[in-house]
Design a binder for this molecule. Structure first.
Ligand SMILES: Cc1cc2nc3c(=O)[nH]c(=O)nc-3n(C[C@H](O)[C@H](O)[C@H](O)COP(=O)(O)OP(=O)(O)OC[C@H]3O[C@@H](n4cnc5c(N)ncnc54)[C@H](O)[C@@H]3O)c2cc1C
Length: 291
């Protein structure tokens, strides 16, 4: 089923994001994680798209298996990195023939060692070009990435929003945010997007915080801010993994409760291929979700 049809029916979506594991053991571990999360009845799960050819094939293989073997709706991420339009077409054709209906087209980050993004020969410079290309030939439901705290390369929030509008107008059905830790950033962004004429539903990207060191690294890469009051609680217990996990889970659960109260269209969990924190958060929000 297309994710946009779920949203149009007024269903709040709950989704889990995974990345393709490196080896066979990682695959069986991931399937165990997905099985552990299946009872939470996710609306769909998504699988990220990496840089190398073999990991890209794994994305396609994983979404097919999740949809057809595990029986959960699935969405494949797809980036412009290092790919000519002909290569993109063969991935799209494969997904289409496998009955995959949902895609998240992205620009992708510059490959390691490169500071700025350069389109591959015969490829795309920005996600809006990839979106327009897919729309011209296929009937996928398309998501798009967005950034409550502004994409790190954008010269200003206003320009980033103009670019986002261009991407939505090219054919994006719904948006998923980059991770954020302060809901005020999400509400502000949602209001500004609406004022700019962006009416696609916006799903909130939530990352349960598992380790402070790792989260600081992600936050820096993504241009996300860890609020001072959260940091003040976490830093004194930084070396106590259990205490950090418990505070991080509580923070994410509170974020989700408040977002649901504020009428968020959906929650998208960056699971990092783990299930424990996401399951713990669900204990807090399942009443609100009505499941
Ligand atoms: C939900 C989510 C999932 C992700 N999944 C993956 C994944 O699977 N694999 C992966 O490698 N990365 C993934 N990323 C990271 C993403 O690839 C990076 O954030 C990347 O830097 C930007 O991708 P984008 O699609 O948002 O790019 P774009 O929408 O193209 O924006 C990139 C930058 O260019 C600017 N811009 C956009 N369009 C134009 C234009 N027409 N003219 C001038 N400037 C423009 C924007 O303001 C922004 O600064 C994900 C991010 C999110 C939020």
């Amino acid at each position: 089923m297309k994710i946009i049809d779920m949203l149009r029916q007024g269903r709040r979506t709950v989704s889990f994001e995974f990345f393709p594991p490196k080896n066979d053991q990682g695959f069986s571990d991931l399937f165990a994680v997905i099985e552990a999360l299946k009872p939470l009845r996710p609306s769909y799960v998504s699988v990220t798209y990496g840089a190398g050819g073999s990991t890209r094939r794994k994305t396609v293989e994983l979404v097919k298996r999740i949809r057809h073997e595990i029986g959960i709706e699935a969405m494949a991420h797809l980036t412009c990195v290092g790919a000519a339009s002909s290569e993109i077409t063969s991935v799209l054709q494969n997904l289409h023939e496998s009955g995959i209906e949902n895609l998240l087209p992205l620009r992708g980050d510059p490959p390691k060692g490169q500071k700025t993004f350069a389109a591959a020969p015969g490829g795309f410079r920005y996600a809006n070009e990839l979106v327009a290309f897919i729309r011209a030939g296929y009937d996928f439901c398309l998501g798009g990435a967005c950034y409550p705290e502004t994409h790190p390369e954008a010269p200003s929030p206003a320009v980033d929003l103009e670019n986002l509008k261009r991407k939505v107008d090219a054919g994006v059905d719904f948006l998923i945010t980059q991770l954020f830790f302060d809901n005020a950033d999400f509400y502000r962004f949602r209001d500004k997007a609406a004022a700019a004429g962006i009416h696609a539903p916006i799903l909130a990207g939530i990352m349960p915080l598992l380790s402070l060191k790792q989260t600081k690294r992600f936050a820096q890469m993504c241009g996300a801010r860890i609020p001072a009051d959260l940091l003040a609680k976490l830093e004194p217990v930084e070396d106590d993994a259990e205490a950090v996990r418990s505070l991080g889970t509580m923070h994410a659960a509170r974020q989700c409760e408040q977002l649901l109260d504020a009428g968020v269209a959906g929650l998208h969990f960056y699971t990092l291929n783990r299930s424990t924190a996401t399951r713990a958060i669900f204990q807090h929000i399942k009443g609100q979700l009505g499941w």
